[in-house]
Design a binder for this molecule. Structure first.
Ligand SMILES: [Fe+2]
Ligand SMILES: [Fe+2]
Length: 161
């Protein structure tokens, strides 16, 4: 059999987990140093509102396919979707706090700045530990259940995002 001319959807998502994980380590290292807060906030915004969102949109394609096959959000899907909702609500809080801060004149004594860094840090580490669940439940189910003829289309949809 010829090698497929596309990357397996699970491998696309795994590669994103690896890339994102590297940035999370860098971001956390900045938190103890106020001089680095501005760049820490910019890194957090990039991760939380761009990289995470793009990854979640791709992962949602896989979740939807599995949901169709399994007849609903059951078993591993229920577990990962519960964490997705928790991560979504943390992002909402992050953005509400971000809305109270003037990034062009960052004030290190503003409690909102510390709160933003705290929520951002908690969120990125929660995301990192969530990757374990994705990989051991969601991706494991996807490798076992998704029929070969669906893989190419799912991969194309992911690459188009
Ligand atoms: Fe993921
Ligand atoms: Fe996930």
């Amino acid at each position: 059999m010829d090698a497929p001319d596309f990357v397996h959807p699970v491998d696309i998502l795994l590669e994103e987990h690896r890339k994102i994980s590297r940035y999370i380590v860098n971001f956390s290292n900045l938190l103890d140093n106020p001089a680095e807060w501005e760049s820490a906030i910019q890194n957090a915004i990039q991760l939380i509102n761009h990289d995470f969102v793009q990854h979640e949109r791709r992962e949602a394609i896989l979740v939807n396919e599995l949901e169709k096959l399994m007849g609903g959000k059951i078993g591993p899907l229920e577990m990962v979707e519960k964490e997705h909702r928790q991560l979504d609500s943390l992002r909402k809080r992050f953005n509400q706090t971000l809305g109270k801060i003037d990034l062009s004149a960052l004030d290190g004594t503003d409690p909102n700045v510390l709160e933003l860094l705290d929520i951002g840090n908690r969120l990125v580490w929660a995301k990192k530990s969530h990757f374990f669940k994705d990989e051991h439940f969601l991706f494991a189910a996807a490798r076992g259940v998704l029929p070969a003829e669906r893989l190419r289309e799912i991969a194309w949809k992911m690459e188009a995002i």
